[in-house]
Design a protein around this ligand. Structure first.
Ligand code: GDP
Length: 330
């Protein structure tokens, strides 16, 4: 049974079809934590939570983040009060000293709650409050996530890629921005000179993650290779583990047309062609690819083609079946 590598959109979309293609009780999902932030003292893990909520049947599928039907009274009040206090609504990335003080997992991703630049729902916030408190109690993000998954009656194993801090930092002509400031507050508009994963060199994949990769075939759902899979590849031992196992990747492009998000811009910035060919170059450890039937990219590895556009459960099943065939063919 497979292990999936997940960001916050492409793989969660695929997971919708999981139950009819694989046994969820035998499936592991490893989620990126490079996008995580600490916001007003709360650790927010967008990709992990999207996977948790998707599996719990609670995901807001309109946005692909947050809980379906959630309210946002606290968020709205934070915005209103910040406005009344005249303290602004821009992301407030804390200063260098504050970034390395306090709980270690929040290093280099610490924002104040002034103006709360990310939309945090009320029920969603309860998860962040509890997660942060459990971490302050001495638990690893991994065990906290396993306990949260149990609390949501989730049957797959959900794992964060690491228990260490890794912060995806975007270099723009105007200076450095955490990925969430770049993407959420600035809507991905600034030019990108480079991307780095602060903390990545010192961070490790957890034993649970390495075990799930080494002993299972891996499916990389359609993901942003730079900011969703890139942080994982920074972790000690992660890429070696992928090289030793069977890996199938679903392209987030049709040739050079990206389905959504900033993948094309970020890939160009780090020196990859923003296309299916660039995804293949970024994944030298992948043994086979699932491409859209309209994608005629010639790759040096086996390819299965299908309609890779995913908006319904049937679409997700179709792309998962293609991924399964690709795994079986390797
Ligand atoms: P993030 O964490 O929100 O940045 O999202 P991911 O890295 O999980 O996924 C983003 C990628 O999913 C983007 O590069 C999109 O091109 C891709 N994507 C979104 N919807 C689809 C879809 O329906 N089909 C395919 N093949 N890719 C998709």
């Amino acid at each position: 049974m497979p292990t999936f590598l997940s960001g916050g959109t492409g793989t969660p979309k695929l997971l919708r079809g999981l139950d009819s293609v694989f046994d969820p009780t035998e499936t592991t999902i490893v989620a990126n934590t490079g996008d995580d932030v600490e916001l007003g003292g709360l650790l927010v893990c967008p990709d992990l939570d999207t996977v948790l909520y998707e599996r719990a049947g609670e995901l807001d599928r309109g946005t692909w983040w947050g809980r379906d039907g959630d309210t946002a009274s606290t968020h709205d009040e934070l915005r209103r009060l910040s406005d009344r206090l005249d303290v602004g609504s821009e992301p407030r990335y804390l200063d260098d000293t504050a970034q390395v003080e306090g709980r270690e997992i929040a290093r280099w991703r610490r924002f104040s709650a002034i103006g709360e630049f990310m939309h945090i729902g009320d029920l969603d916030r309860a998860v962040h409050v509890l997660r942060t408190s459990l971490i302050d109690d001495g638990e690893r993000l991994t065990t906290v996530t396993i306990r949260l998954a149990d609390a949501f009656d989730v049957t797959v194993d959900v794992l964060p890629m690491s228990d260490d801090p890794v912060a995806s930092i975007i270099h723009t002509p105007a200076g450095l921005q955490h990925f969430q400031a770049f993407w959420v507050a600035n809507r991905g508009k600034p030019a990108v000179d480079a991307v780095d994963f602060r903390g990545g060199e010192e961070a490790s994949a957890t034993p649970e993650v390495l075990d799930a990769i080494r002993n299972r075939p891996v499916i990389i759902g359609p993901s942003n290779p730079v900011t969703s899979i890139g942080p994982m590849l920074e972790l000690d031992g992660f890429e070696d583990a992928l090289a030793e196992t069977t890996v199938v990747a679903v392209s987030p492009f049709i040739e050079d047309q990206v389905f959504s998000g900033p993948a094309a811009k970020l890939m160009a910035a780090v020196g990859y062609s923003p296309s299916t060919a660039g995804v293949a170059a970024a994944y030298p450890f992948a043994d086979a690819f699932v491409l859209d039937e309209a994608d005629s990219t010639d790759l040096d590895r086996p390819v299965i083609r299908t309609d890779t556009s995913i908006s319904t459960g049937e679409d997700a099943e179709r792309v998962l079946q293609a991924s399964k065939r690709a795994l079986e063919g390797v």
